[in-house]
Design a protein around this ligand. Structure first.
Ligand code: KG4
Ligand code: ZN
Length: 338
């Protein structure tokens, strides 16, 4: 079954064709990064308008690269309909509905967060149960994954998302845009011990697997002198390296706790921050864990993960109605505290 996957939840206009939920036939990602760079952040209205302009051509390229004809060869359409920037989501969703209505092909709405969690499955056979680490610009989630459908949230951020903290620290120090990517690159040349940033005290009870980034962000923005190691340069590279270490060590610590408590040592990562070099290095070489990181093109937003996850509903004969709406937020990935 060939599924066309459409992703427009933020600033990537992305369309892919995936066969049988596994084989990527094409994966076209048109990034809007340059168009948002003057504002050092994604401007929602610009994002929506660019999706409107680009979506048709990106779809045509995805079909072209897969060497498939939409009418003859595509069996179903999957589209991100939650969560994300509402205007951006509505472009992809409405476009998918237009395709579905005019062709009579089934279409399904896909959850973007679950798709990030599924992305490493496109490249690896990952045994169940495993731990899932979803780290993106909007979400930071550690979960236990027993099957495609059975996902239990162990921990989340209690304030900022991990990628958001990377972006904000990079923006404050004028490191460039997109912040997370540039900070990570800069950190490679820095001394990670130039600043000893504090780790939040979230050890107990229901917070055992949670993370928090607002304190670290404030420390790396407003309280640098307080955490500076005497004798080291207060350079941007050193700030980047020390911040990256503190931010990622927090994630690694929670994964280790979860692995120890559950006895599960397989870890699948997804989302933009899973492209982080330090995270990939340290978790990838961890002696007690077997980690699965998607390749770079599948870490950040892409249509392949949407097509792949949509396949599982389409193969069961399911299709959403043309009344399906978009949602900026979802409740399923929030933890309930007692
Ligand atoms: O998954 P994604 O493309 O979009 C969302 O669903 O949010 O993730 C984007 C986030 C941004 O915050 C970006 O700064 C971060 O992922 N990111 C990184 C790296 N590459 C992207 N953060 C740290 N290191 C990276 N190499
Ligand atoms: Zn994403």
């Amino acid at each position: 079954m060939n599924v066309l996957g459409i992703e427009t939840s933020c600033d990537e206009c992305a369309v892919a064709v995936v066969a049988d939920g596994k084989t990527i036939l094409s994966n076209v990602i048109a990034t809007q990064v340059e168009r948002h760079a003057p504002w050092s952040g994604v401007v929602p209205e610009i994002a929506s308008r660019l999706h409107v302009e680009w979506i048709e051509e990106v779809t045509a390229r995805a079909l072209d690269e897969a060497a498939l004809d939409f009418h003859k060869d595509i069996d179903g359409i999957a589209v991100t309909n939650r969560p994300g920037l509402i205007g951006s989501l509505l472009v992809g969703l409405s476009y998918a509905k237009g395709l579905a209505w005019s062709s009579g092909k089934p279409f399904v709405g896909v959850d973007h967060i679950r798709a990030h969690l599924y992305a490493p499955h496109l490249e690896y056979e990952i045994p169940y149960p495993h731990l899932g680490l979803i780290v993106s610009g909007g979400h930071t989630i550690l979960c236990r994954v027993d099957s495609l459908e059975e996902i239990s949230i162990l921990g989340t951020t209690i304030d900022d998302a991990c990628g958001e903290a990377f972006d904000k620290v990079a923006k404050f120090h004028n490191m460039g845009y997109p912040g997370g990517v540039i900070l990570d690159k800069l950190a490679e040349e820095g001394n990670e011990n130039a600043y000893h940033f504090p780790q939040p005290r979230l050890h107990k009870g229901s917070h055992r697997y949670d993370v928090s980034y607002s304190g670290l962000k404030t420390a790396a923005v407003n309280q640098l002198e307080q955490f500076h190691t005497p004798g080291t340069e207060p350079s941007l590279a050193n700030i980047a390296a020390s911040f990256r270490k503190a931010a990622v060590d927090m994630l690694i610590d929670r994964v280790e706790r979860a692995a120890e408590d559950t006895g599960i040592h397989y870890v699948a990562a997804g989302g933009g921050v899973s492209a982080n070099r330090y995270l990939r290095r340290i978790l990838g070489e961890h002696s007690g864990l077997k980690t699965y990181f998607p390749s770079m093109k599948l870490c950040t937003d892409n249509g392949a993960m949407i097509a792949a996850l949509g396949y599982y509903r389409l193969i069961q004969g399911q299709s959403d109605s043309l009344k399906l709406n978009a949602a900026a937020r979802v409740s399923g990935f929030r933890r309930c505290y007692p």
